[in-house]
Ligand binder design. Structure first.
Ligand code: ADP
Length: 188
C-alpha cells in the first residue's frame, strides 16, 4: 500500500504529476485545492469561507481544511492507497492526517517534495493564470504571498516526516516524463 504526500511549493507541478501517478498506480487522488474550488463553484458556505483566504493567497484555517479532508476520507474507499496533493500544509494538519489514517489502520508511506525555485514558480503560475481561470494565479502579489505561506507554515511539514525517514526531495525542473521517473524511483 502506498499513501503518498506529494509535496512542494505552489506551481511545483504536484497536480500534473498526481494525475500521472493516479493513472499508473491506481491511487486515489485527494487535492484540497480542488475540493475547495468545487465548494466555491457550488457557492457552499464552506466555499465562501475558503474563497476569502484563497483570493489573498493565504492558507484556509486548519479546522476548516481538516474537517473537509475527514469528510472526503469518509466518503472515499481506499483500495490501493491515497495521493495527497496540497495537504498537509501545516504541522497541525500533518498531525491530524496521521491520526485519521491511524484510526483507519493505515499510515503515510512516502513524502516526495518537488524542488523548484521561487522565480520559476512565479513564472509558471503567471503563465498558468492566462488559461486556468484561477484568480490566485493572475496576481503576482498573491503568488508571492502563497510562497511566503509555504515557507512559513508548510515547509516544516517536510522536517516533520523526515524524522521518521519518509521525506525525499527530487528536482522539480525538467520534462514531465523526467520528473515522473524521479518520483517512480523515489517510490521504489
Ligand atoms: P497551489 O499548489 O498552486 O497553491 P492548490 O490548489 O493546492 O494550488 O491551493 C490553492 C489555495 O487553496 C491555497 O493557496 C490555499 O489558500 C488553499 N488550500 C489548499 N489546500 C490547503 C490546505 N491544505 N490548507 C490550507 N489551505 C489550503
Amino acid at each position: 500500500m502506498i499513501n503518498l504526500i506529494l509535496f512542494g511549493p505552489p506551481g511545483s507541478g504536484k497536480g500534473t504529476q498526481a494525475s500521472t501517478i493516479v493513472s499508473k498506480f491506481g491511487l486515489t487522488h485527494i487535492s484540497t485545492g480542488d475540493l475547495f474550488r468545487y465548494e466555491i463553484g457550488n457557492s457552499t458556505p464552506l466555499g465562501l469561507k475558503a474563497k476569502a483566504y484563497m483570493d489573498k493567497g493565504e492558507l484556509v484555517p486548519d479546522e476548516v481544511t481538516i474537517g473537509m479532508l475527514e469528510n472526503k476520507l469518509n466518503s472515499t474507499p481506499n483500495d490501493k492507497g491515497y495521493i495527497f496533493d496540497g495537504f498537509p500544509r501545516t504541522i497541525p494538519q500533518a498531525e491530524a492526517l496521521d491520526t485519521l489514517l491511524d484510526s483507519r489502520g493505515t499510515k503515510i508511506t512516502h513524502l516526495i517534495a518537488l524542488d523548484v525555485d521561487d522565480e520559476e514558480i512565479v513564472k509558471r503560475l503567471l503563465n498558468r493564470g492566462k488559461t486556468s481561470g484561477r484568480p490566485d494565479d493572475q496576481n503576482e502579489e498573491v503568488i508571492r504571498r502563497r510562497i511566503v505561506e509555504y515557507l512559513d507554515k508548510t515547509s516544516p511539514v517536510y522536517e516533520f516526516y523526515e524524522k521518521t525517514g519518509l521525506s525525499q526531495k527530487i528536482d522539480g525542473i525538467g520534462s514531465l516524463d523526467e520528473i515522473f521517473n524521479r518520483i517512480y524511483d523515489a517510490l521504489h
